[in-house]
Write a protein that binds this ligand. Structure first.
Ligand SMILES: C[S@@+](CC[C@H](N)C(=O)[O-])C[C@H]1O[C@@H](n2cnc3c(N)ncnc32)[C@H](O)[C@@H]1O
Length: 370
């Protein structure tokens, strides 16, 4: 994996690439014209560590790198997968599929929003059967603080954004620093963009780059500002959430089925391939004895890149169970877990209270006892 800088980048853009490469610990590949390359060679040694030159080509040829990070012509951070036939992947909360979905969701139409919805605060006089619903974006101005949701497996942030757009404050956790960089770039753009809805939603979202099971295993968490639930453990940085959302696995690609062409599907495929690649690197480190523990991106068995087969699936299930246990420990109202429509629940020992089902997925809802 490398950060790729095109030959016509301005000094400023190049600096952006350099600092991204440094931040993510990646090589920086800079394409140069032959003449520039010769000049560079005269100054060899002045270059930063990890920086490489791919000279002579009209475009940098990131040979040997399965993935590249680059800034597209409008300055958005993108993930490229050379040779895959996929366009570079950009997370964009204002345009594209996510922008469309968020603009057209009327609060209740997205299944994930339905599944996370809390009972509306009832006036003392309200009928007991008053309909339940999600917090509404207009609640910003209401006296009660907006409810808080943790997304422990943020991925490209699509679900998190839809939830924030529907009125949640969302704390996202993502363990892949590359994926997190794409989401952070989208958040930064949305926060200063022209799209008011996206601006508001993005301002309610924050991102922690960490393995949620690790960071929360030692975290000290205070009570949520919107609930009177007792303190679970103490708080450094995080407030206890009303709802925890989990979407740890990727949809299984059915053998022989025509590849789905929707952008979001391609995005997910590229994300999955990247995480498998990262996981393979982790696996190698583990085999060399430098890294304890293990993880697979797909607890359903799709993430086996080490050839360990069953062991990988078991690890995946253990990981999902850890996520579920943490979610149940911290959530004060509900845990919502995304599953394949006909897939098993995330754990066997606790049955969901109910499920919200659509043709694309099932959201198992676990109501936390008061
Ligand atoms: C299927 S994707 C989530 C997609 C997301 N719901 C969306 O709307 O884009 C799963 C993501 O969870 C992340 N993940 C899995 N386990 C994690 C953990 N323990 N901590 C943090 N991130 C995790 C993976 O790196 C991956 O990006």
């Amino acid at each position: 994996m490398a950060v790729l800088a095109a030959q016509d980048y301005s000094k400023e853009d190049l600096e952006r690439c350099r600092s991204l490469a440094e931040k993510l610990g990646l090589a920086l590949v800079v394409a140069r014209q032959e003449q520039e390359l010769e000049e560079e060679e005269e100054h060899q040694g002045e270059r930063g560590e990890g920086e490489m030159l791919a000279g002579g080509a009209a475009e940098a040829e990131p040979d040997g790198f399965k993935f590249t990070m680059l800034f597209d012509e409008t300055g958005r951070l993108a993930l490229g997968q050379p040779g895959s036939g996929f366009n570079p992947l950009v997370v964009d909360f204002c345009g594209g599929k996510t922008g469309y979905r968020s603009k057209h969701q009327q609060g209740k139409t997205e299944q994930v929003v339905k599944a996370a919805a809390l009972p509306k605060r009832r006036a003392a006089t309200a009928a007991a059967d008053e309909p339940l619903g999600p917090p509404s974006p207009g609640d910003d101005d209401a006296k009660a603080p907006l409810p808080l949701l943790w997304d422990l497996t943020a991925g490209l942030g699509t679900d998190a954004f839809l939830l924030a757009q529907a009125g949640w404050r969302v704390e996202m956790f993502e363990r892949s620093s590359v994926v997190a960089a794409l989401v952070q770039d989208a958040l930064d753009r949305a926060r200063v963009g022209d799209d008011e809805t996206a601006r508001k939603a993005a301002s309610r979202m924050s991102l922690t780059v960490a393995d949620s099971t690790e960071v929360l295993a030692t975290a000290v968490v205070g009570s949520s500002s919107s609930s009177s639930a007792p303190v679970a453990r103490a708080a450094v940085g995080f407030s206890r959430p009303d709802v925890v959302y989990l979407d740890p696995m990727f949809p299984q690609q059915k053998k022989g089925k025509k590849k789905k062409s929707a952008l979001v599907k391609k995005g997910m495929q590229m994300l999955q391939a990247l995480l498998e690649e990262e996981d393979g690197a982790e696996g190698e480190k583990r085999q060399q004895g430098t890294e304890p523990g293990g993880r697979t991106p797909d607890g359903a068995g799709g993430g086996d890149v080490s050839g360990e087969g069953e062991a990988g699936a078991v690890e995946g299930q253990e990981e999902e169970r850890r996520l579920f246990d943490i979610a149940m420990e911290f959530a004060t109202r509900k845990v919502v877990v995304k599953r394949p429509v006909h897939g098993p629940s995330i754990v066997r020992h606790v049955q969901p209270s109910h499920a919200v089902v659509s043709k694309n997925g099932r959201f198992d809802v676990y109501v936390v006892p008061p």
